[in-house]
Design a protein around this ligand. Sequence first.
Ligand code: DP6
Length: 341
Amino acid sequence: MQATALAYSNIALVKYWGKRDAAYNLPAAGSISATLAPLATTTTVSWRRDHAEDRVVLNGQRSSGRDRARIVTFLDLLREKHGIDWTAEVVTENSFPTAAGLASSASGFAALALAATRAAELDYDLSALSALARRGSGSAARSLHGGFVRLHAGSVDAPEEAVASLIASETHWDLRVLFVLTATGRKKVSSTVGMNQTQKTSPYFDAWIASVNRALPQAEHAILTRDFDALTTIAEASALQMHASAIAASPGVLYWNGTTVDIIHATRAMREDEGIPVFFTIDAGPHVKLFTTASHELAVQRRMAALPGVVETLSARIGGPARVLDSPLGPTPEHPSRRSE
Ligand code: DP6
């Protein structure tokens, strides 16, 4: 009744920002992402009879409060669905610095879905796992697959269709992703809260969703044809449109700091003045993630690390699918290369 799973984080190229249904955590539109190695969560789940309540250990520390509550709610889902009356011990480790405020819910709920079902000997295929992970966090539905992934919107009548499918595996395109961190500490407004606020109050929310639906087939085509220039246009527009809709909420949801804006300008300058293939994307926080090619990775990293306000950079490549590990103490996930200037 114990299993360990590893799942990589992912970053959206066409963003998910808004829900069709909160109870099932159905996204208002589809999204497209790249899975990222070596940024991983490793989780061991043990179903037990001898504990009165679920125990959660996050990065070596007994967890309480909101982090634990999200995990217990997720375990309750499985217990209700399958008539399990055991409690669980969940031990989970992130290979990336959680203090930096990087999203860990995507890799976290993907690893938890895989470990918890495997430990209970439940038969879940990839689609079923993706739907289950989505209940924990929308972006987690995309972290079961490796490579380039599309999450489908589904509908309230057919929530089972809101699952991820593979566009192309991790060997399709050797892109590199540089995380440029511009602050320390956890973000102040979670994705869930920020997107709800946007959906409820932003006059641009409907236009945002319409633009996502136009971008999805274009992004998929750009990935399949390895068209970096086309993907640059689509991904930067998706990030800026998502943030524009959030900034227009009432009160405005603004995740950026001054360094975030400086990095946008520096990225565009590298591309437009020097012809370096690089584009940015930004999630619900002040950090910027840059896509580039393997041969330009070092030049981009050096330039960004030299900008005032940049705290640290982390390098990632396109990662593989989530997997079950042999032993709970199993291979320690590789640590991403960190550089502080
Ligand atoms: C900006 O998946 O964290 O990273 O479903 O409420 O848990 P919940 O939201 P979450 O939102 C991710 C938002 C994003 C864009 C993306 O990953 O697509």
